[in-house]
Every structure is written in structure tokens, then in C-alpha cells.
Write a protein that binds this ligand. Structure first.
Ligand code: GUN
Ligand code: ZN
Length: 448
């Protein structure tokens, strides 16, 4: 691929910001540039420096006065729930039974799975998200559709087949043996192919028997380089049900601990109703609690206590959790994160917010060498943000006087309209894939 020079106001974090104006936490180049060679970043800095590094005849994508940031990262969402966003009026368990377990049955149909997978990836991209960690449905076909759509766009994506062998409709249940075999085959097919990473995905303790949890342990032991994703302590009724199914466990977290499922590669959605003991177990094992603010508000689940995670030294990340989450936009997600924390007397500074969307979430995935910051050698996944994209934002920005204020306007008022462009491994993708680059199934309009 030929070289490309992306010019604009370049912003990238180097560490977690400690205060509202911790200027040492980031690098900012007012007239900056990122040099891209063969899908990787070859140089970052002021335009005048980086242009010298570029050869003559270089293509320049001039995005001034927009911001140039690393592509955004979403650490928890459900691709088969793309058409189930905005399902009315229920809390978690009723919502799953009424809407989600009906919707996910459609994904046994490969054509439907391919259609939604394509739309899902394009929606992520139009919101500036270049990497996501997703649950597929129980059907292996849905995993093939997911990774095929990611591969067609060359996106670094993490995902896996949900395993469920109880408390779900028959059409969505596997068995401990089938869940193991199908997961094993899918890991062999996809994990490490191009930019794909596999996540071993027992949905949660309620939908897996002890036998399936044992099989999950075997998968984790046999594939320590795969991620693990599940749900933990999202809703009071869920906590009571889960712990009643595993009476020998000390608490909900202990269920996963007993089956060896907690480690640095484990992502635990929600983590709201946690004792200090449980958060300390996450701290000891390196497992990551995933804060899903729009989902937690939409389902009436509760408020994630970030400061307690920080105090007890546990890792955490942030995510949309579509389709309980109400938006694919990580900007809108941080808007709600700010409010959820505010309700508990906690502050989320704009610098910390944008750190979390980029380097913070990359660190939660142990992928910071590849994504989440703009540095030489990183993958060229880049988002261009326009803080003037809506008339009300343009008016507000006339009186903004600092970078932090601009970021706060972006997260409070912004959405996909603020994503002027997104680059995946150096290629512009905002307008999605061209039809001639897609598989036949993904190219068709919605299947009948
Ligand atoms: N817990 C188990 N499955 C799900 C799901 O699909 N969404 C949410 N929000 N919580 C869950
Ligand atoms: Zn979820």
C-alpha cells in the first residue's frame, strides 16, 4: 500500500491523566501529522517534521482543523443484538427472555448473520470505533459471519460464540460437549488469522451448567492466548439467581474464580453489585470489569462504582453493550459515563474520558503496542473528529478555550456526525465497504 500522510490536530495519550489538566498525559500537535506506511504508523509529530520523513509524491489527507486520534475501542457489545436496540420496558432477565433470546435465534440463518455482521461493522466504523470485543450468538455461523465481515474491512476484532446450555430456549442451547467442540473449531479457524482474536464466551453463570463451566475452564487452559468474556453482577435479580445456582460459591465472582475463568485476558461485563472482596479478586487476577453506562441506565441495572475499582486496584474498561446499550457511539457512551459517575459524586475529566476510549481500553486488552495510541509501529487505526459537526456544537465551540473543553463538548454533544473519517490499517472507511469488495451474502439487501 502506498504511503499516506494524515494531517490535522493530532492527539494521543501516553498515560492515564491524573487531573483535569494533566498535560503530561498526552501529546498534542496543533499542526500535526501521522505518516502511514503499509497499514502501520511510521511517524507522528508536527507536520513540518513528519513531512520531511515522508518521501516526495506522498498523498496527503488534510483534515485540518479536525482532531486526529487513535481509533476508538469498544470492549463489550453483542453483534446479534444490532436490531434489538430500543426494546421497551424490561429489566435484564425479562429483557433477555422477551426480546434477546427471540432475536438471537435468527442467527442460525447464515444469510441473516452475514447481513447484520456487515451492517454492524459499518456502524462501528461510522462511529469511529475500529476495534470491538463482541459476543456472537450460539451458532458457529454467526462467528463466521462476524469474522468474515471484520476481515473484509481488515478490522482488529475480538469475538466468540456464546455458550449456553440452560435457562435459554432450545434453539439457543448447546451442550457442554458441543460448546467445547464448536469453540475449539472456531478458535482453530479464526484466532490469529489476520487481525482476528477469539474470545471464549460462556454467556453468564445463569445460562451455563457446572459441566459447561468445566468445559470453559478446559478451553481457557488449552488456549491461554484467547480472551474470555462473560457477565458479572449486573442486576440484583440476576445476582440472586446466579448465586442460588452455585450455592458452594462465596459470591458471584467466586463462581468464575472456581472454574479458573479469571485472568488478565478476562473481560467481565457490568460488575455493579460487587463486594470489596470480589473487586479485590479481580485486582489479584488482573481480570477487567467493563463499565457499560448506557446499558446500565437503559435496563435500570445500577451504577458502576469506578472509584472503588481504582481504590482496590482493579482494572476496568468502558463499552457500549449494544443492544442493551442504546448507542454505538463511544462519545455518547462517555456522555452517560460522566453522568453515572456524577450521580455517585465521582468525576470523569474529559482527558480521562478520551484516554479510556483509546489507550485505556487498549491497555485493558493488553493491546497497547498495536492500537489505542499513535506511535511508530502501531497499526494505523485512526479517527478524525469534528467538534463543529452540529450547529449547536459549532455555536458552543465559539466560546471554548481549551483542548479539554473541546473534548468535553465532543463527548457531551457529539455522536457519529462528529466522525469525519476513520482509517482502518491506513484505509479510509467512513463510508463503509464498497459493494464489489464484499462477500455475496453481505452484499445483498436484507434477506427476506
Ligand atoms: N447478561 C447475559 N447476557 C446478557 C446480554 O446479552 N446483555 C446484557 N446487558 N447482559 C447480559
Ligand atoms: Zn453484554
Amino acid at each position: 500500500m502506498t504511503d499516506l500522510l494524515i494531517r490535522g490536530r493530532v492527539l494521543t495519550f501516553v498515560k492515564e491523566p491524573e487531573g483535569i489538566d494533566d498535560t503530561g498525559a498526552y501529546r498534542y500537535y496543533e499542526d500535526g501529522a501521522v505518516l502511514v506506511t503499509n497499514g502501520k504508523i511510521a511517524g507522528v509529530g508536527s507536520y513540518s517534521d513528519v513531512v520531511k520523513q515522508a518521501g516526495s509524491g506522498i498523498r496527503i489527507a488534510d483534515h485540518r482543523p479536525n482532531l486526529v486520534l487513535p481509533g476508538l475501542i469498544d470492549t463489550h457489545l453483542h453483534f446479534p443484538q444490532t436490531q434489538a436496540i430500543a426494546s421497551y420496558g424490561a429489566q435484564l432477565l425479562e429483557w433477555l427472555n422477551t426480546y434477546i433470546f427471540v432475536e438471537e435465534q435468527k442467527f442460525k440463518e447464515p444469510q441473516h448473520a452475514a447481513f447484520i455482521a456487515g451492517r454492524f461493522m459499518d456502524e462501528l466504523l461510522s462511529n469511529g470505533t475500529t476495534t470491538a470485543v463482541a459476543y456472537c450468538s450460539v451458532h458457529p455461523e454467526s462467528v463466521d459471519a462476524f469474522f468474515t465481515a471484520a476481515e473484509e474491512r481488515n478490522m482488529l476484532m475480538i469475538g466468540g460464540k456464546v455458550m449456553m446450555d440452560r435457562n435459554a430456549p432450545e434453539g439457543l442451547r448447546d451442550t457442554p460437549g458441543k460448546g467445547y467442540d464448536e469453540t475449539k473449531r472456531l478458535i482453530g479457524k479464526w484466532h490469529g488469522r489476520g487481525r482476528a482474536h477469539y474470545a471464549i464466551s460462556p454467556r453468564f453463570a445463569i445460562t451455563s451448567t457446572p459441566e459447561q463451566m468445566e468445559m470453559s475452564r478446559a478451553l481457557v487452559d488449552e488456549h491461554p492466548d484467547c480472551y474470555v468474556q462473560t457477565h458479572l453482577s449486573e442486576n440484583k435479580e440476576e445476582v440472586a439467581f446466579a448465586t442460588s445456582l452455585y450455592p458452594e460459591a462465596k459470591d458471584y465472582t467466586d463462581i468464575y474464580a472456581r472454574y479458573g475463568l479469571l485472568g488478565r485476558k478476562t473481560l467481565l461485563g457490568h460488575c455493579i453489585y460487587m463486594r470489596d472482596r470480589e473487586i479485590s479478586v479481580l485486582a489479584e487476577t488482573g481480570a477487567v470489569g467493563v463499565f457499560c453506562p448506557t446499558s446500565n441506565l437503559f435496563l435500570g441495572s445500577g451504577l458502576f462504582d469506578r472509584d472503588r475499582f481504582d481504590r482496590l486496584g482493579a482494572r476496568h474498561a468502558v463499552a457500549t453493550d449494544v443492544g442493551a446499550g442504546t448507542s454505538f457511539s463511544m462519545l455518547e457512551t462517555m456522555d452517560e459515563a460522566y453522568k453515572v459517575l456524577h450521580l455517585q459524586g465521582q468525576r470523569l475529566s474529559p482527558l480521562r474520558s478520551f484516554y479510556m476510549l483509546t489507550l485505556g481500553n487498549a491497555r485493558a486488552l493488553d493491546l497497547e503496542h498495536r492500537i489505542g495510541s499513535l506511535h511508530a509501529g502501531a497499526d494505523a487505526d485512526i479517527v478524525i473528529l469534528d467538534s463543529h459537526a452540529k450547529p449547536a456544537m459549532e455555536l458552543r465551540m465559539r466560546v471554548a478555550s481549551s483542548l479539554a473543553e473541546e473534548l468535553f463538548v465532543l463527548q457531551t454533544m457529539g455522536d457519529d456526525r462528529c466522525v469525519a473519517e476513520v482509517y482502518v490499517a491506513g484505509r479510509p472507511m467512513k463510508r463503509g465497504k464498497r459493494a464489489d469488495e464484499m462477500t455475496p451474502a453481505a452484499r445483498t439487501a436484507e434477506p427476506a
